[in-house]
Design a protein around this ligand. Structure first.
Ligand code: HEM
Length: 283
């Protein structure tokens, strides 16, 4: 998908380079993953903004606030309609492929189809957005690193890993222990609810020398930003591709971009996300 990702990135940058008061998060970092995942799954371009709004509502979810419109329900309802359309006419997209997928004579149930589409759109949108936006802020704050990447693009894949480590877009996810075990002197019982705080692991000084230092040459970099084990991120290759291409293209076309103001973190139980990244792009 690299040529297509680059095409989307270039078109977004064409607009960004002529816009006044632009925002690197909303006008760029949020748009790219939504274009890519939307095309992959088969979300019609006209419905993309609606999906973006629903997934943003999910990540800033506040358990004390009730929704006017429940984004879970909206996403499921929209996918049910789109899957129905594909049932009568297949397209060249993942939704159509999932409808035809068969293993040992078994097809996916409607619940599985909806759940998987939901997981892809939620897992693939905001996470990648925050990788790109958080990464661009890190580079703005580390001019030496930015200059090094501009001079040598071969450093960019390693820099993307360091961005994932230091500002992990998914900070933590919950589990229920299936058996008792001991860790760091604590016992966790079967049935206990635990939070896997990937972000804390990524800043563990027992694994990373000077964990608070943003080092684009860090190697090895065994971070956990994309999970671990059987549930390791299924979109890891795509996320890394989008992150790399976004940074490459920005550094080729607007290497001297400047933050217009200090970005502010969004309150969220599990996402590392800015509210916005107002910036000045200087071609
Ligand atoms: C920088 C971007 C991304 C980050 C930080 C990220 C993070 C993660 C993490 C931490 C997990 C593990 C979840 C767990 O163990 O409970 C995961 C799983 C997953 N991710 Fe990503 N992800 C990213 C991008 C994507 C993209 C682009 C897609 C889709 C194309 C995607 C699809 C998935 C799916 C389907 C799973 C579940 C895998 C399973 O349970 O077997 N992710 N991701």
């Amino acid at each position: 998908m690299e040529p297509r990702v680059r095409e989307f990135t270039a078109a977004l940058l064409d607009d960004l380079l002529t816009c006044e008061g632009c925002d690197l998060l909303h006008d760029f970092a949020a748009q790219l993953p939504s274009l890519v995942i939307g095309e992959l799954i088969g979300i019609p371009p006209a419905r993309r903004e609606a999906f973006l709004a629903w997934t943003s509502a999910l990540i800033s979810a506040n358990p004390h606030k009730s929704w006017d419109q429940n984004p879970f329900e909206s996403i499921y309802a929209e996918f049910a309609t789109l899957l129905d359309e594909r049932r009568s006419k297949r397209e060249a997209d993942l939704m159509s492929a999932l409808l035809d997928a068969e293993l040992d004579g078994q097809r996916l149930s409607q619940e599985e189809l909806l759940g998987f589409c939901f997981l892809l759109v939620v897992g693939g949108n905001d996470t990648t957005t925050n990788l790109i936006a958080n990464g661009l802020v890190l580079l703005a704050r580390h001019p030496d690193a930015r200059a090094a990447l501009r001079d040598d693009e071969a450093l960019i894949p390693g820099a993307v890993e360091e961005m994932l480590r230091i500002e992990a877009p998914t900070q933590a996810l919950p589990r229920i222990a299936t058996r008792a075990f001991e860790m760091h002197g604590h016992t966790i019982e079967a049935g206990d609810e635990v939070s896997l705080v990937w972000a804390a692991a990524n800043h563990d000084e027992r694994r990373f020398a000077e964990p608070e230092r943003f080092d684009v040459r860090r190697s090895p970099n065994p971070h956990l930003a994309l999970g671990h084990g059987v549930h390791f991120c299924m979109g890891a290759h795509l996320a890394r591709l989008e992150g790399r291409v976004a940074i490459e293209e920005i550094l080729r076309r607007a290497p001297d971009y400047e933050l217009a103001e200090e970005p502010v973190w969004l309150p969220s139980a599990w996402a590392r996300a800015y509210r916005g990244v107002p910036a000045q792009l200087l071609p």
